[in-house]
Design a protein around this ligand. Structure first.
Ligand SMILES: Nc1ncnc2c1ncn2[C@@H]1O[C@H](COP(=O)(O)OS(=O)(=O)O)[C@@H](OP(=O)(O)O)[C@H]1O
Length: 285
């Protein structure tokens, strides 16, 4: 693994790798973040479909919400910046449950946790690493697979991240949605998201959102939105072109060798044996 230059230097916080886009000072101060009772947190391990769900929420009519930049991106001025939002804030983050600011948990803010089959995440993350100037260079899929397996990637191990949410999965302020469920039945799941947020929508409003947030529509609109820094919710880049790649379930099959599949599946079985969250992917393999 080589570096693409100064900007790609990574650092560790509580044993987890972060890009320098998250300042050490900001990460150290997370627990001083003051949440509001009506804040909504959109949480995910990277590449789980965060932008998709964010776009859905943004399009709910009369929601009076504003999507903010991620809580862990930038420097210590971030908390002051977040205070300037007047409407209900939808705050994205890739932080695990254990790293989330205390106040969010104390106030029992609404949290949407997005999960996705880790094999598809690995492939999506590989492409993202390769094309992102803020991350170290990765030459081959094989190289990235090994890093992903060990959790030596930004935001750490997928397993640790998902398992950090396991014991909170039934909390009434937490709603869990998977990429695969969204793909299978977007209308039904958009309604579920709106209901969780306490909002009603007509069938035609839902159909509108399904159309506006389809992969093709979102990919085609990225060029426009790239000009607006507030429209990036990813803590690793401000370039939205990197986010919309294939938008499919099961692309891992084009990358994993049979040995890699076996190794990954064994680890999955071992780590996730008591996890009910994994059921959200549908058929894991
Ligand atoms: N509307 C829509 N429909 C289906 N799929 C979509 C959509 N929007 C984004 N995507 C896909 O989601 C992947 C990016 O996930 P994130 O938004 O979580 O990325 S990031 O970590 O915040 O950068 C990335 O997955 P891959 O295509 O597999 O790389 C995106 O293409």
């Amino acid at each position: 693994m080589s570096s693409k230059g100064q900007s790609s230097v990574l650092h560790k916080f509580k044993g987890v790798i972060f890009s320098t886009m998250s300042s050490e000072e900001l990460l150290n101060s997370l627990d001083s973040f003051e949440a509001r009772e009506d804040d909504v947190f959109l949480v995910s391990y990277p590449k789980s479909g965060t932008h998709w769900i964010a776009k859905i929420i943004e399009n709910i009519p009369n929601a009076r919400i504003t999507l903010t930049p991620p809580i862990e991106l930038g420097d210590i001025s971030k908390f002051e910046e977040l205070k300037t939002y007047c409407e209900t804030r939808v705050i994205p983050t890739h932080l695990s449950y254990s790293m989330l600011p205390m106040n969010i948990k104390q106030k029992q803010c609404k949290i949407i946790y997005v999960i996705r089959n880790p094999k598809d995440i690995a492939v999506s993350f590989f492409h993202y690493y390769r094309d992102n100037p803020n991350l170290p260079s990765i030459e081959t899929w094989h190289e990235f697979f090994e890093l992903f397996l060990k959790g030596d990637v930004v935001y750490g191990s997928w397993f640790d991240h998902v398992l950090s949410w396991e014991e909170h999965k039934n909390a009434k302020n937490i709603f869990i949605i998977s990429y695969e469920e969204m793909k299978k039945d977007p209308s039904k799941n958009i309604r579920k998201i709106a209901t969780f947020l306490g909002l009603n929508m007509t069938d035609s409003e839902i159909n509108q959102i399904v159309w506006k947030t389809s992969f093709t529509e979102m990919k085609n609109n990225t060029a426009k939105e790239n000009c607006d820094p507030n429209h990036t919710i990813c803590a690793l880049t401000s370039n939205r072109n990197l986010v919309f790649r294939k938008g499919a379930v099961g692309d891992w099959i084009n990358y994993f060798t049979s040995k890699q599949k076996r190794v990954f599946d064994e680890l999955f079985t071992e780590k996730m044996k008591h996890s009910e969250l994994a059921k959200h992917f549908g058929d894991y393999s």
